[in-house]
Design a protein around this ligand. Structure first.
Ligand code: FES
Ligand SMILES: [Fe+2]
Length: 357
């Protein structure tokens, strides 16, 4: 049983592109690496070890000078956007030591997301950050929450997201729906952008929606497809598509897409961001309110309940196993596969899809 570990060699979300304003320094820890990250005057996001090469002062406490260099707040070492030290104010008469260079972290900005590789760059191989094309697509309304700090290992969130059997009782009163937990699950393992992934699909026909979904989409009886997919150790995608019977895939289809990024800070903390996207103009039951607004308003309460559970689960890892062993259900198959994938990636093995658990 893996606990309190994380994959070092993976692309993780450092933030949404909009969080990085020009020449504004951000300090963060991703996968136990202290990182200074900023958008340069040329518009490129760059990231380096946050420790000044002189005396470990966090460079994220410094500032960007008019000439675009990063000045350390302690003794003023200045670094260019390539991480090279280019000025040492107290020793201008001497050459700059060749080792005065910051370790860079690979960064990819894609679909409105800034991704960072905190592991060994030689291990990137064919792994690319999964695409999130809906984020910058004008056909969708999109909302991303502020970053949520969760004092729990990131795997607990991934497992939560792939497990809808917790909707009742954890989400009783909002999205709590026991009937949903009983729908048969299809299971797919595949590679997405070079990352091993796990996807579950729940399909129903002539299905009576609970009141909150009638409110979201305006349909009482639907054909529906609900998918949950860990696309990589850094992001999980959830999609719900529904339509009156026989109308999936037509203009009558409605639904939402939810992306959850889970970025490990260290073994027992992570940062969670969720983004909801809904096709523009999708109606809800209430003619005065769009489906997007209705869905967006519901999520913060749901997320609070999940965070509440994750935090408490995490504390239970402080105790010795002492004969304890989890009991797993049929619906836990995807979670057991996720554990095997993460364990394998932690050991630095190739990112090939695994056999089902
Ligand atoms: S610690 Fe940064 S200049 Fe001294
Ligand atoms: Fe939940």
């Amino acid at each position: 049983m893996i606990a309190n570990t994380f994959v070092q060699n993976a692309w993780y979300v450092a933030g949404m592109a909009a969080e990085f304003e020009t020449n504004q320094l951000h300090g963060m820890v991703i996968a136990k690496k202290p990182i200074v990250i900023w958008r340069t005057g040329e518009g490129k996001v760059v990231a380096f070890d946050d420790r000044c090469v002189h005396k470990r002062m966090p460079l994220s406490c410094g500032k960007i000078l008019e000439n675009g260099t990063l000045e350390c707040s302690y003794h003023g070492f200045a670094y260019d956007a390539g991480g090279q030290c280019v000025a040492i104010p107290s020793q201008m008469d001497q050459p700059i030591p060749s080792r005065a260079k910051l370790r860079p972290f690979p960064v990819i900005e894609q679909d409105g997301v800034v991704w960072l590789w905190a592991g060994n760059p030689d291990q990137i191989g064919r792994a690319r950050p999964p695409r999130t094309p809906e984020f910058l697509n004008d056909a969708y309304d999109s909302y991303t929450c502020d970053p949520i700090y969760v004092p729990a290992n990131y795997r607990l969130l991934i497992e939560n997201l792939l497990d809808i059997t917790h909707f009742y009782p954890l989400h009783d009163g909002n999205i709590g729906d026991l009937a949903n937990s009983k729908i048969p699950i299809e299971f797919i393992e595949q590679e997405i952008d070079g990352n091993p992934s796990v996807k579950t699909i729940r399909r129903v026909q002539n299905y009576r929606h609970p009141p909150f979904l009638v409110e979201w989409f305006g349909y009482e009886v639907v054909d529906r497809e609900h998918t949950h997919c860990m696309m990589s150790p850094g992001i999980t995608r959830v999609q719900l598509r529904c339509a009156p019977p026989g109308k999936l895939g037509t203009e009558h289809e409605r639904g939402y897409i939810l992306h959850h990024s889970h970025t490990p800070v260290d073994e027992t903390n992570h940062i969670w961001r969720w983004t909801v996207t809904v096709r523009k103009g999708q109606p809800s039951l209430n003619p005065a309110k769009s489906s997007f607004e209705t869905i967006k308003e519901m999520f913060p309460a749901v997320v609070d309940q999940d965070r509440w559970a994750l935090e408490r689960q995490q504390k239970m890892f402080n105790y010795a196993e002492d004969g304890y062993a989890e009991v797993h259900l049929r619906s836990d198959r995807s979670i057991l596969t996720v554990r095997k994938i993460l364990e394998r990636l932690e050991k630095g093995q190739a990112a090939a899809p695994l056999q089902a658990a």
